[in-house]
Design a protein around this ligand. Structure first.
Ligand code: FAQ
Length: 311
């Protein structure tokens, strides 16, 4: 028999309204939100590393200022999302511990290296582009703190995507070597960016329930499809080729159809065996350990302030 609490929850979901932190919610709903929001937060934080790699080597002062601002935005998104996850009853320490001991998931995309400056363009254009496609519908997620966080995050991601597009456009209008560098980066990031949307619908164990709960609004494949449709005209403007010889517009289905994604590569990266997995977690762990004195100092300052106020 359904409890009054469960009925109230079901009514809120049926009315496409919002669940707030103090509302009753089923355990499984709470668990799936902690899973998705913490993974999302970890992605933002680990996602600082591939671009952080280029801050000291950006080709001009202007590029450096923009890149620093973008990476700082990602830190902000991470902190915002950790706070949203905390409203569900998990602590920041628990989430950090899961990440630095290699037990937490974060987006597969951040396990690839960034060997050239053009990677900054390809990440902005493709990775932030995919992030926007995936996250705009999440602005309507049924859990209030998550949906509201997504509104601000998406505004910043739109700026990130444009700055990436503009880096590639500049390179494509440059020398032959610069054009080759831009195309090479697009070749390397295209397929991994399609994998960001998650496994195909038939292999996505969480999708159905997340859609019933109004967390997800579209399936992984639907969003991936929408993303490809967005990329094709933009690739034409840039003058880059998307590295899928089978990609074509299917008149009957009124959508783009592409070649098969290498899901073996995706599952290898998820299992921790991507090109940069170990390095990303190591760098995060070291940064956390190096920051121990800051946390101790902050805790001591808080303790003394409380003492002083009590006097
Ligand atoms: N990587 O049943 P589903 C950014 C896992 S954008 C790793 O389909 P779900 C911005 C999934 O967790 C990137 N793991 O799962 C930025 C599940 O494992 P679990 C972050 C993946 O949740 C740009 C299993 O596979 N964005 O950070 C991936 O319904 C530039 C089965 O999958 C978000 O996190 C993957 N790609 O759908 C920052 C968006 N795909 O938990 C810096 C929010 C799937 O059972 C620089 N998240 N898995 O062990 C979502 O929308 C969803 O969680 C999906 C996955 C769509 C990612």
């Amino acid at each position: 028999e359904t409890s009054a609490e469960q009925r109230r929850f079901d009514e809120i979901i049926a009315a496409d309204s919002r669940i707030e932190p103090r509302d009753w919610m089923p355990d499984a709903y709470r668990k799936t939100l902690i899973r998705q929001i913490s993974q999302h937060a970890h992605s933002e934080i680990i996602g600082m590393q591939p671009e952080g790699n280029w801050i000291t080597r950006a080709p001009s002062l202007k590029r450096k200022a923009i890149l620093m601002a973008k990476v700082q935005d990602e830190a902000g998104h991470g902190l915002y999302l950790y706070s949203a996850a905390q409203t569900l009853g998990i602590t920041r320490d628990e989430m950090t511990d899961q990440l630095i001991t290699g037990r937490a998931r974060y987006s597969s995309i951040f396990n690839y290296p960034t060997p050239t400056w053009a990677d900054m363009g390809a990440i902005g254009w493709l990775v932030d582009g995919a992030a926007i496609c995936n996250q705009v519908p999440l602005c309507r997620a049924s859990y209030g703190p998550y949906g509201r966080a997504m509104v601000r995050v998406c505004k910043e991601e739109s700026f990130h995507q444009r700055q990436g597009f503009e880096i590639l456009l500049t390179l494509m209008q440059g020398t032959d070597a610069q054009r080759r560098m831009a195309q090479d980066a697009v070749n390397r990031w295209y397929w991994p960016s399609l994998m960001m949307f998650g496994p195909p619908d038939g292999d996505s164990p969480n999708s159905a329930q997340s859609m019933v709960w109004n967390i997800k609004r579209f399936s992984n494949d639907e969003l991936r499809q929408r993303f490809i449709g967005m990329l094709v005209p933009q690739a034409e403007v840039l003058g880059v080729t998307l590295p899928d010889p089978e990609l074509r517009f299917d008149e009957e289905a009124q959508q783009y159809v592409g070649g098969e994604i290498d899901w073996t590569e995706f599952f290898e990266v998820l299992a921790g065996r991507g090109p940069m997995n170990a390095e990303r977690v190591r760098a995060r762990r070291e940064a956390h350990e190096d920051g121990a004195w800051v946390r101790e100092a902050a805790a001591e300052y808080a303790r003394k302030t409380t003492l002083r106020q009590a006097q």
